[in-house]
Design a protein around this ligand. Structure first.
Ligand code: C5P
Length: 223
């Protein structure tokens, strides 16, 4: 491929999007948050009481979902049928359901198709769970990120608090991350796993600057 694709996969809340945004900004690439797509679909399913086990209902719902990104300063903003839902999709009701919805084959096929289209001709950084293993197996650079689960929960908890969430406890966040990691790694359809050619990045003890420097060094040969 002529365009450069950087794939970042890994466990929940281990800084994938932070690194992806920093890389995109530094390199002038487009950042695509694939998790936001699964979250937006989940929000639609919750609002419209779509039963994820009802194949016809899922098919019908997917036909009524249009997702769009608009990128401001490499912060990714996602629109669900024209409505800005970037904040709502990060809240607990969606986090609690997203792994169930994203395990659905029809949902995944639809999302993967859209993601592949977005990366067809442009230089992109995409983060998620199956980017290096399924969406872009031919990505030039793949990272597999991980970090200590306690640190991850603390980071996500602080993020929720800074957005005004006063009900969710650190315990709730820890449980949700553990649940999603389990569901995401054990599902039948493209489970979360490290691609053979992915570079492992454990950022438990790394600053954001150190992670960016590490990643840039790996990407450099492909620029
Ligand atoms: O990246 P984020 O934590 O926002 O993703 C939310 C959920 O979406 C994940 O826990 C996973 O269930 C699902 N997901 C996925 N494949 C991706 C990205 C996200 O299944 N490429």
């Amino acid at each position: 491929r002529k365009n450069v694709v950087i794939a970042i996969d890994g466990y929940s809340s281990c800084g994938k999007s932070t690194l992806a945004k920093a890389l995109a900004k530094q390199l002038g690439f487009i950042y695509i948050d694939s998790g936001a797509m699964y979250r937006a679909v989940t929000l639609f399913f919750i609002r419209n009481q779509v039963d994820v086990n009802d194949e016809a209902a899922v098919k019908d719902a997917l036909q009524h979902i249009e997702l769009n990104f608009h990128s401001r300063d490499y912060e990714s903003h996602i629109l669900l049928n024209g409505e800005e839902v970037s904040d709502e999709i990060r809240q607990m009701p969606v986090s609690e359901r997203v792994s169930e919805v994203s395990a659905n084959k029809l949902v995944r096929h639809d999302m993967v198709k859209q993601q592949q289209r977005m990366g067809k001709s442009k230089n992109i950084v995409m983060d998620g769970r199956d980017i290096g293993t399924a969406v872009f197996e031919d990505a030039q650079v793949k990272f597999f990120m991980t970090a200590d689960p306690k640190i991850r929960a603390e980071r996500r908890f602080k993020e929720l608090q800074s957005k005004g969430d006063t009900v969710t406890t650190l315990e709730d966040v820890f449980e949700n991350l553990a649940h999603r990691d389990y569901a995401d790694t054990t599902r039948a359809e493209s489970p979360l796993t490290r691609a053979d050619d992915a570079i492992i990045l454990d950022n438990t003890e790394l600053t954001q600057e150190e992670q960016l420097a590490f990643a840039l060094e790996k990407v450099q040969p492909f620029l």
